[in-house]
Design a protein around this ligand. Structure first.
Ligand SMILES: [Zn+2]
Length: 224
């Protein structure tokens, strides 16, 4: 009798664990997107502050010497054959798209990558609504670390692909740079397509703590 009771309690615990596991991994999305397990190889020890470009912080005039810009089309699908991106970022982007494909999410397309200041100026000058376009010199795309992603050329917002990215991009060092609830800090409206490569341990910390890059940098600058 006692043994039966223990067995019932044990089965109950197993069911409860399974239930909560699914609940946590659903990431508050209506769609149940399977998440990929992260292997935490090192503790949180930032050694540098990620580059911050916004209305107050200008992009560096020149890219770092050790940065290699490569053609995005040589790695993943893109809408424009001329798009360039930092090599490390594109390698991780490819890994991320492969992981998404493994769970059934495909058809990602890169629509924007590295921009020169001249290109940003042209975009700004021709924009109908200038409040939606960064000033020349102040676009994150000038770092070579920012990428715009579409789903087959369509805005990924509300797509399964977009939701998967939002839940999993941090595992590959990417953050959603302009989240919905941070526009008062980032100065930018919600951009579900714009991801920024910051690498680890930054991306995971930012994601786990629900921060935007501005908030994160303020926190770690005090520790470094
Ligand atoms: Zn962008």
């Amino acid at each position: 009798m006692k043994r039966k009771r223990i067995l019932i309690i044990f089965v109950f615990i197993i069911i409860a664990v399974l239930f909560f596991k699914n609940y946590i991994f659903s990431n508050n999305n209506e769609l149940k997107i399977p998440a990929i397990q992260v292997v935490k190889t090192n503790d949180y020890k930032p050694t540098h502050v990620p580059l911050l470009v916004n209305s107050e912080n200008k992009a560096p005039d020149e890219l770092p010497n050790d940065m290699v810009l490569v053609k995005v089309i040589d790695y993943v699908k893109t809408l424009n054959t001329d798009i360039l991106l930092d090599k490390e970022a594109i390698i991780m982007l490819k890994e991320m798209f492969n992981a998404a494909a493994d769970v059934g999410y495909t058809e990602f397309r890169v629509t924007e990558g590295y921009r020169t200041e001249e290109y940003q100026r042209a975009l700004y000058d021709s924009a109908a609504n200038k409040s939606l376009v960064a000033l020349p010199g102040h676009s994150e795309h000038q770092t070579g670390l920012a990428v715009d992603i579409s789903y087959n050329g369509i805005n990924i917002e509300n797509s399964k692909q977009g939701k998967w990215l939002m839940a999993n991009a941090y595992k590959y060092g990417f953050i959603l740079r302009y989240p919905k609830n941070k526009t008062h800090i980032t100065g930018f409206p919600y951009e579900p397509w714009h991801y920024r490569y910051v690498g680890q341990p930054h991306a995971e910390y930012i994601h786990d703590n629900g921060l935007c890059l501005e908030e994160y940098i303020k926190i770690i600058q005090e520790d470094l």
